[in-house]
Each structure stands twice: as C-alpha cells, then as structure tokens.
Design a protein around this ligand. Structure first.
Ligand code: HEM
Length: 125
C-alpha cells in the first residue's frame, strides 16, 4: 500500500477518534454517566478502532519513509507522537468516570492533536 493511502487512513483514524471524544464529552457535560450512556459500546469501539488506524497507518507511513530515505524506522520525532497517542488512548477513562473533566479535556485533547500535527509537519525542517 502507498504512503498516500496510509496518510488518508491516519486522517480517518483521527476523525473517528475525535468523533468518539465529542460524543463522550457531550454526554458527560449533559449530566450523563457511564451507566446511562446508551451508545457506550459504539463510542468505545470507535475510539479503539481509531487508535488502531492511527497507529497502523502511522507505522505504515514510517516504513515507506524509511524505504525512500534509507533512514531510521523509528526516528526521534516519533517518540513524542507515540506519547501523545498513549495519552489520547488513556483519555477515555476520565471522560467516562470524571464528567467534571469533560470541559478541560474539550480544550486539551485538540491541543494534543495540534502538537502531533506540528511534530509531523515540522520534523524535517
Ligand atoms: C502512533 C502514533 C503516531 C505515529 C507513528 C505517526 C506517524 C506519522 C507519520 C510517519 C507521518 C508522516 C510524516 C511525513 O510524511 O513526514 C504523520 C503525519 C501526520 N500525523 Fe501522525 N503519527 C502518530 C500519531 C498521530 C496523532 C495522534 C495525530 C493527531 C491526532 C497525528 C497527526 C498527524 C498529521 C496531521 C499528519 C500530517 C502532517 C503532514 O504531512 O502534513 N499523528 N504521522
């Protein structure tokens, strides 16, 4: 599969991830709990699928880039992106169990996405 295909998959993963975050945060902000969330299975499944797509497509792109340049498969700029990916994975828990955190996370989670995008865009300059 091509680099471009992996990149589109990476973006589909990001779109699905923030769809799931929005659904969970909106539920919490409206006073909903984990138990009253009728769409919980769909949302949690979407979050998991999104993380898998982002990871697989990210490493797919890395393999293509390493093949083109003969460079390292895991360059240093990927390490903070992996940390951001872990944090976006862990964010599911407070969003479900601590509805009071939904509002700050509404701001923080897109900032993490911006940091991941910044790293990807500027790593080569
Ligand atoms: C497992 C973690 C991740 C890995 C291994 C990874 C890897 C990559 C790679 C290899 C590229 C292409 C860079 C290039 O062509 O020079 C890329 C692009 C990108 N990534 Fe990730 N990424 C990860 C997580 C994320 C996350 C969590 C986000 C945002 C939520 C994100 C957003 C982006 C964006 C916006 C681009 C496009 C930048 C551009 O080429 O203009 N990535 N990523």
């Amino acid at each position: 599969m091509s680099y471009e295909f992996y990149k589109i998959l990476h973006f589909v993963g990001i779109a699905l991830l923030f769809l799931a975050f929005g659904a969970l945060a909106g539920h919490g902000l409206n006073g909903g709990t984990r138990e009253t969330n009728k769409a919980r299975g769909l949302i949690v499944g979407t979050h998991g699928l999104a993380l898998a797509l982002i990871l697989v497509a990210g490493f797919g792109m890395l393999a293509k880039l390493a093949g083109q340049s003969g460079g390292s498969f895991l360059p240093g700029w990927v390490h903070p992106k992996l940390l951001i990916w872990l944090l976006l994975g862990a964010a599911l828990m407070p969003l479900q169990r601590r509805p009071a955190l939904a509002r700050p996370l509404w701001l923080l989670l897109p900032l993490l996405a911006a940091a991941a995008a910044y790293i990807a865009i500027f790593h080569a300059r």
